[in-house]
Design a protein around this ligand. Structure first.
Ligand code: SF4
Length: 605
């Protein structure tokens, strides 16, 4: 087998054992990598109804076949587990260098099960694997933890995936951080690590990933890299302004959710745009492993000094979503969210829920305590004050640490929670891109944009421009295609930003050259479909009620947009959802049929 080692590391934290397991080509061809491997093991080995924060939950860190190769953006890994935020599947991926290093160490994936009774970290140095005490690291931030580990191990080139205090304290939207500022952010995967008392995974590898035909692979990679470099977004906007290049574009198109989606345009958007950030704070770009795009930002502030980020989503979540316009405060808040280890989208969404509860008089100052800053739109003090409080679950921070849905539920008003399946929505108002709304509603991990980025066709024109308010068959089929294609790209170990410039055939070319296989584009997309359906199967087993939960917040279905180019629009989900189920080959109530499971070969799981 090429591009894989065929090796999985299984770690049991309850009894402190580590062992090596193997897989063959048949398995690889069926599940490809990352999300595919993760969902296979969860379905096969775990009861989907387990408590996500109990030792019975498993957490899997998996690479793809192109992770650690020279394929453009080939450095991704994925964290797969049952989410403490949604109660359904979580698959959060991250770039940086950790994924590639894991591959260089000779492992395709790590399965962690059980729970330790004291803090530990896993140290992998090629074949040598050991669990070490991490009591001295407990309570430390991301940067502090990495620094101590580098010193202790005596190797500055180790790569670390870790949790900060938010993960330790089981904040339901805690992230797994790697390379200090890269996050496997969504779904609370960091809280699962925290529940297992696993502070970090440290990796150092010295191997090279072998591909089937080195010369062919090199030439295919060059061709695809050139395509990306010549694309106006992948080779232009993203390197120049980072993902924040989207702020002005999305705001101008009337999709920039403001004050908890009460408005769809933000009057101060320009002041928090990628252009503004580049002019004021940017020092340089920081690409992940093997990435020709380099969307990562390194900024400098007088307060925090040099830091990385924020991404478009974080700027919005900590900015317009809360009516906040001060870019320096947003950058600083993003820095601390990384240090404490939490997902900035859910953090911002939870704060915005609190803001609206406060605005409506449902949340009162006496609930917060006298010294706490009030949840007034635009109050940057809220960012400064609550991030640490949430991470440490202190005072009202303890309630916020439960996420926006549970917070709104405590006050009896879940209609002010802007999320899907208990996960906070990202930075696009779907009333201005209705296919994107269908994508949100049907996403296996709840409120999420990245697993079917319909903003591409509906707003940016990739692979071609679609009317954002068209809800016909073609649009619904495009949502399905984007979901399956993203599953494929993820499973391969690549970054989804490569879709700015590359199409399904390009991924086929790279995979075939690396693996020595001869699969068609359709066969690869079938792998994506298999993964999507398997994740859906997990959710159904975990108790998903599709007709109730494949939905959007009432506001987006019933309150027409107040201003801007989408004025008067809502998302007509009820017209798209039945078609979605039909085109997926599912039942009318959103369940997977026996035939579909048989067709995809997931029936036996
Ligand atoms: S495009 Fe950005 S996030 Fe994706 S691999 Fe490159 S630098 Fe990392």
């Amino acid at each position: 087998m090429f591009a894989y080692w065929g090796k999985i590391l299984r770690v049991n934290l309850t009894n402190g054992t580590v062992k090596e397991e193997h897989f063959g080509e048949e398995f690889a061809k069926k599940w490809l990598g990352t999300r595919g491997f993760g969902i296979y093991y969860l379905l096969k080995e775990m009861d989907a109804t387990v408590d996500p924060l109990s030792p019975e939950n498993k957490i899997i860190y998996a690479t793809g076949p192109l992770t650690g190769t020279t394929a453009p953006t080939g450095g991704r890994y994925m964290v797969i587990t049952k989410s403490p935020l949604t109660g359904y599947i979580a698959m959060a991926n991250s770039g940086g260098f950790f994924g590639a290093e894991l591959k260089f160490a000779g492992w395709d994936a790590i399965i962690v099960e059980g729970a330790s009774d004291h803090p530990v970290y896993l140290y992998i140095n090629d074949e040598s694997v050991e669990l070490r005490d991490a009591s001295h690291l407990w309570g430390k931030t991301s940067t502090e933890t990495e620094e101590v580990l580098k010193e202790e191990i005596g190797d500055k080139r180790i790569r670390v995936a870790l949790i900060g205090p938010a993960g330790e304290n089981l904040v339901r939207f805690a992230a797994v951080m790697n390379d200090e500022h890269r996050a496997a952010g969504r779904g609370g995967v960091g809280a699962v690590m925290g529940s297992k008392k696993l502070k970090a995974i440290v990796v150092r590898g010295h191997k090279r990933v072998e591909v089937a035909d080195r010369a062919k692979f090199t030439s295919v990679v060059k061709e695809k890299t050139d395509k990306l470099r010549n694309d106006p977004t992948a080779g232009g906007g993203l390197p120049k302004y980072g993902t924040a290049v989207l702020v002005n574009i999305i705001n101008q198109n009337g999709l920039y959710p403001t004050r908890n989606f009460q408005y769809s345009q933000f009057e101060y958007a320009e002041e928090q745009s990628g252009e503004a950030m580049a002019a004021k704070y940017l020092i340089r770009n920081k690409p992940c492993y093997a990435c020709p795009i380099g969307c990562g930002r390194v900024n400098k502030l007088p307060t925090t000094g040099v830091t990385e980020g924020p991404e478009y989503e974080s700027i919005w979540a900590l900015g317009a979503h809360n009516g906040i316009n001060d870019l320096a405060s947003i950058i600083e808040a993003n820095h601390w969210a990384d240090e404490y280890g939490m997902d900035t989208i859910s953090l911002g969404g939870t704060l915005a829920t609190a803001m609206e509860l406060y605005e409506k008089g449902l949340l009162k100052q006496e609930d917060l305590g006298e010294e706490a800053p009030p949840f007034r739109w635009g109050n940057t003090e809220v960012l400064h004050y609550y991030i640490e409080k949430i991470a440490k679950r202190e005072g009202f921070g303890d309630k916020l640490a439960e996420g926006g849905y549970r917070l709104a539920e405590m006050y009896g008003h879940t209609e002010y929670f802007m999320g899907v399946k208990k996960q906070e929505l990202p930075a696009y108002d779907p009333r201005g891109a209705e296919g994107h709304g269908l994508g949100y509603a049907t996403n296996n991990r709840g409120g999420c944009h990245i697993k079917q980025y319909m903003i591409s066709p509906e707003i940016l024109g990739y692979p071609y421009k679609m009317d954002p308010h068209d809800i016909g068959d073609e649009k619904v089929k495009m949502v399905i295609l984007f979901q399956d294609l993203t599953a494929l790209i993820d499973a391969a170990g690549l970054c989804v930003f490569t879709t700015f410039g590359l199409g399904a055939d390009d991924y086929r070319d790279m995979l075939n050259a690396a693996l020595g296989w001869d699969l068609s584009t359709e066969e690869y997309l079938k792998i994506g479909e298999r993964i999507w359906n398997a994740e859906r199967l997990f959710n159904l087993r975990a108790g998903l009620d599709p007709l109730k939960e494949d939905t959007l917040p009432k506001r987006l279905l019933e309150e027409p947009v107040r201003n801007g180019p989408n004025k008067g629009h809502v998302v007509r989900l009820h017209l798209m959802l039945p078609k979605y189920y039909k085109f997926r080959g599912w039942t009318e109530d959103g369940k997977i049929t026996e035939e579909k499971m048989k067709e995809l070969g997931i029936g036996e799981l």
